[in-house]
Design a protein around this ligand. Structure first.
Ligand code: TRP
Length: 454
C-alpha cells in the first residue's frame, strides 16, 4: 500500500453540500441558455415529454453508475478505473473524460465570459431604447471582438480556478451552498415576472401542451444529447464528485434529487422565457441568440426590466460558474492524485492549459472565423468533439462497465451502502444499465457521427 492510501481524502461535509455541488454541476448554461432554445426549436411540449422520459430511463441510471464507480474507488476519473479494473484498458474511459473536460471548459468559459459582459451591459443600462436589430448587432460585434471577450473569459477562468483551488469542503461545497440557493431565488423571481406579463398563457401552452405532429427524429435524439449534457454525464464529473461522497449517504436518493433539481430548473428557465417571448410576438425557434438578443429586447420593454435583466445575467453567470468548477475538478483531481502535484499547482496548470484552448474558441468568432478544421471553426470543433463524440461514448462505456464488468453483486453492495439499504428497484436499475441505456446511447452516438440519418 502506498502512503497516499493513508492520507485522508477531502470529502463533502453534509447532505446539503453534496446536493448543492452536484446540482450546481448539473444546472448550468445547458439549462438556462440551451434548454429553452432547443425546446423552442423542437416544438416545445412534445420535446419536453421525450426529454423527461430520457432523464428517467437513461439519465438516472447513468448518474447512479458514475456516483457508484467514484465512491467505490475513492479516486479521480482515471484512477477509479485503474483501481476497479487493474491492468485493463478501462482506464481509457477516464482518459477520454479528462480530454473532454479540457474541450468542454474551453468553449464553456467563452460563453460564460459573455454572461459577465452582459452583467456589465445590464448594469450600465446598455439595452435601453435598442430594438431587436440593434441588440443583434451589439451581440455580434461583441463576440467577434478580440480583447473584450478574451478579458471576460479570463476573469471567468480565474473565478473558477479560485474556487477549485480551495478544495472540496472549503471551496466547491462552501461556494455552491451559497450560490445554488441564490440561483433558485433569482429564477423564481424571473418566473413570477414572466407569468404576470399580459398574454403569458400562450407561452405556457407552447411549453406544456405537447403536439407530437411536429416532432422529428432529430428532436428525439437532440433530447437525449441535451439530457446528457444537462445532467453532466459521460465525462467522469460525477465519478469525481462521487469519490467525495461519504459511505453513509444514500446515493440513489441523491441521484433522484439532483436530477429533479436539474429538470425543474430547466423547466423554470422555459417558464421564465417563453411567456415573454410569446407576449412580444417573437419566434420561439430563435436559436442560440435567444437569451443574449431576445431577452434584453423583452427586458427593456417591461416594467422593472433594468432590474430583471441584471438578475437574469447574474443567474446565468452563477449557473455557469458552479458547473465550470465541476469540469475543472475532473482535471485537477487527476493531476493531484496521479501526477502528485499540489492542489494549487494542479489548479493553476489545468486552468492555464484550458485557457489557451479557450483563446482559440473565443477568437473563432472573430479574427479566426475563417480558420476551419473538418469544416468547423474551433469553438464548434471543441463542442462537437466533446458533446457529440466523447460524452456519449464515455456514457456508453460507463454503463457497460457497471452493468457487465462490475456486475450486479458489487454494484448492489456499493449502492446499498454495504447492504444497509433495501433496494427494491435494483433489478430495474440493472436492466436499464445493461440493456436499455447502452442501446439508446449507442443510437445517439452513431447518429451524432452522422453515420445514421433518420
Ligand atoms: N451540466 C452543465 C450544464 O448544464 C455542464 C456540465 C458541467 C457538463 N459538467 C459537465 C456537461 C460534464 C457534460 C459533462 O451546463
Amino acid at each position: 500500500m502506498s502512503n497516499s492510501d493513508f492520507t485522508p481524502r477531502d470529502n463533502f461535509g453534509s447532505r446539503f453540500g453534496i446536493i448543492a455541488a452536484a446540482a450546481g454541476s448539473a444546472v448550468g448554461l445547458g439549462n438556462i441558455w440551451k434548454f429553452p432554445y432547443v425546446a423552442g426549436q423542437n416544438g416545445g411540449g412534445a420535446f419536453l415529454i421525450i426529454y423527461l422520459l430520457f432523464i428517467i430511463a437513461i439519465g438516472l441510471p447513468v448518474m447512479l453508475s458514475e456516483f457508484s464507480i467514484g465512491r467505490r474507488a475513492q479516486r479521480n476519473a482515471i484512477g477509479s478505473f485503474k483501481k476497479l479494473a487493474p491492468g485493463s484498458p478501462w482506464y481509457l474511459v477516464g482518459v477520454m473524460g479528462v480530454v473532454a473536460a479540457f474541450l468542454i471548459l474551453s468553449f464553456y468559459s467563452a460563453v460564460a465570459g459573455w454572461t459577465l459582459e452582459y452583467i456589465f451591459k445590464s448594469l450600465t443600462n446598455t439595452f435601453a431604447g435598442k430594438d431587436e436589430l440593434e441588440l443583434n448587432a451589439m451581440f455580434g460585434s461583441f463576440i467577434s471582438g478580440t480583447w473584450r471577450p478574451l478579458f471576460w473569459q479570463m476573469i471567468f477562468m480565474i473565478l473558477t480556478a479560485w474556487i477549485v483551488m480551495a478544495g472540496i469542503k472549503k471551496g466547491i461545497e462552501k461556494y455552491t451552498k451559497v450560490l445554488m440557493p441564490l440561483l433558485v431565488v433569482m429564477i423564481v423571481m424571473l418566473c413570477v415576472r414572466s407569468l404576470t406579463l399580459p398574454g403569458s398563457g400562450e407561452g405556457m401552452a407552447f411549453l406544456f401542451k405537447p403536439d407530437f405532429r411536429g416532432l422529428s427524429a432529430d428532436a428525439v435524439l437532440g433530447a437525449l444529447g441535451q439530457a446528457f449534457f444537462s445532467l453532466s454525464l459521460g465525462m467522469g464529473t460525477l465519478i469525481t464528485y462521487g469519490s467525495y461522497i461519504g459511505r453513509n449517504y444514500n446515493l440513489s436518493q441523491t441521484v433522484v434529487q439532483v436530477s429533479a433539481a436539474d429538470t425543474i430548473i430547466a423547466i423554470m428557465a422555459g417558464i421564465a422565457i417563453f411567456p415573454a417571448v410569446f407576449a412580444f410576438g417573437i419566434d420561439p425557434a430563435e436559436g442560440p441568440g435567444l437569451v443574449f438578443i431576445t431577452l434584453p429586447n423583452i427586458f427593456q420593454q417591461i416594467p422593472g426590466g433594468y432590474f430583471f435583466a441584471l438578475v437574469f445575467f447574474i443567474l446565468l453567470a452563477v449557473a455557469a460558474l458552479t458547473s465550470s468548477i465541476s469540469v475543472l475538478e475532473v482535471v485537477v483531481a487527476w493531476f493531484v492524485e496521479e501526477l502528485r502535484l499540489t492542489r494549487r499547482k494542479a489548479t493553476v496548470l489545468a486552468a492555464v492549459m484550458i485557457s489557451v484552448l479557450g483563446v482559440f474558441c473565443t477568437l473563432s468568432f472573430g479574427v479566426m472565423s475563417d480558420v476551419t478544421i473538418f469544416g468547423m471553426v474551433f469553438f464548434d470543433l471543441m463542442d462537437f468533439t466533446a458533446s457529440n463524440l466523447l460524452l456519449p461514448l464515455g456514457g456508453l462505456l460507463i454503463v457497460l462497465f457497471v452493468g457487465w464488468y462490475l456486475g450486479a453483486d458489487r454494484s448492489r453492495h456499493e449502492i446499498s451502502n454495504q447492504g444497509k439499504l433495501r433496494l427494491g428497484y435494483f433489478p430495474v436499475f440493472m436492466f436499464l444499465v445493461k440493456f436499455i441505456a447502452p442501446f439508446a446511447i449507442a443510437l445517439v452516438f452513431i447518429y451524432g457521427l452522422g453515420l445514421l440519418r433518420l
